[in-house]
Design a protein around this ligand. Structure first.
Ligand SMILES: Cc1ncc(COP(=O)(O)O)c(C=O)c1O
Length: 352
């Protein structure tokens, strides 16, 4: 294939998505453990049946943009919709990064940051941050000054560590940045914090959100970007047309009308997370890290073996040992209480 593809693609590993096998507890992809109620699905499918499926959907539903904008106290021209936030990340990097532009990121972080950075010819600069360490702000500011990155990619709460950047930290980075600042807030609902108020001040800040986590909609693919209207205007040119299908639009509109139910589930998961963390802290051989998201990262000896033993007991977690600085680390998503209990029992058995 050497004659057909860019060298960067030939050398890329690509994003490896775990197989979707039925397990007793699937705690490996940070999805919501709560599916939407059967009655809701039935009703929405009946509404969808009456639509014309032979016609294109709206290119960017203005109702959906308006609903998202008013939820966040913004204008609808500050919203860009996508087929999941991954697709929008690709849009941002395709629009911003030219050959050899510098892209600054802080691994271990979301794997697609580096993949898309490389794919678009970026010169990816990394500033590693161990999960127990504070954000390397002084070094970040030095690198921003010396390297002038075209874009800084941040994730808060960070996947896979669960660490949260404070708003003053985001603000400091925005103040110093000469290029775009992309902030992935896929897990913001679980942290009770968002940098959305900073959009007023920083026209180069882009916030990425998703319906895949708190809103139980990973299977239907909906993400959105929030930024200044000027920034969204440019990004729109690089975005795929018709990237949100009829059904997704319909369901998202209904979920937004009943936000309270979704946010109640978020507080249930936050309680579960805090309970699970305290239980894990009582296991002497592992080291769990506090998390602001719907997952917990932990260090454990012989993590590869523990991962296999958990899987043998029907518990699927994520082995993140391949990320920089995360040798012998696993990540568990917060499930229903019963699933979290199964995980704890299986973990203790696997460690013994
Ligand atoms: C940090 C982060 N951003 C984005 C995504 C993907 O979101 P979406 O399903 O909206 O593409 C994930 C999924 O795991 C994630 O961890």
């Amino acid at each position: 294939m050497e004659n057909y593809f860019k060298k960067t693609v030939l050398h890329l590993q690509g994003y490896s998505a775990p197989p979707q096998r039925q397990m007793r507890a699937k705690l490996n992809q940070n999805e919501s453990p709560f599916d939407l109620p059967a009655e809701f699905k039935k009703q929405v499918l009946a509404t969808a049946a009456a639509l014309s499926w032979n016609r294109y959907p709206m290119n960017e539903s203005s109702d959906l943009k308006q609903a998202i904008a008013s939820w966040h106290g913004l204008q609808s021209d500050q919203v860009l919709l996508g087929n999941g936030s991954n697709q929008l990340l690709q849009t941002v990097l395709s629009a911003a990064v030219a050959e050899n532009d510098r892209v600054l990121l802080f691994p271990p972080t979301f794997g697609l940051f580096e993949i898309f950075g490389v794919l678009y010819g970026g010169n990816v600069l990394t500033l590693p941050q161990a999960p127990s360490d504070p954000f390397p702000m002084a070094e970040a500011l030095r690198r921003i000054q010396s390297e002038q990155p075209r874009i800084i990619l941040l994730c808060s709460p960070n996947n896979p560590t669960g660490a949260l950047l404070s708003l003053p930290q985001v603000e400091t980075l925005c103040e110093q940045a000469c290029g775009l600042v992309f902030l992935d807030e896929a897990y913001a609902e679980f942290s009770g914090q968002t940098a959305i108020p900073l959009l007023k001040k920083y026209p180069q800040l882009i916030i990425s959100r998703t319906f895949s986590k708190a809103f139980s909609l990973a299977g239907l693919r909906l993400g959105y970007l929030l930024a200044s209207a000027e920034c969204i205007y440019q990004l729109r040119k690089a975005n795929l047309p018709y990237n949100v299908n009829l059904l997704t639009e319909l369901i998202a509109m209904q979920l937004l009308e009943d936000r309270e139910t979704m946010l109640r589930q978020v507080s249930e998961l936050v309680k579960e997370r805090d309970w699970l963390l305290s239980e894990m802290q009582r296991i002497p051989t592992i080291r769990p890290f506090p998390s602001a998201a719907n997952f917990i990262l932990f260090h454990c000896p012989y993590a590869d073996l523990v991962f296999d033993r958990l899987k043998d007991q029907g518990i699927l977690v994520r082995n993140v040992g391949g990320y920089p600085l995360l040798k012998d680390h696993l990540r568990v998503s917060i499930g229903r209480h019963e699933e979290n209990q199964w995980f704890l029992e299986a973990l203790k058995a696997s460690l013994s």
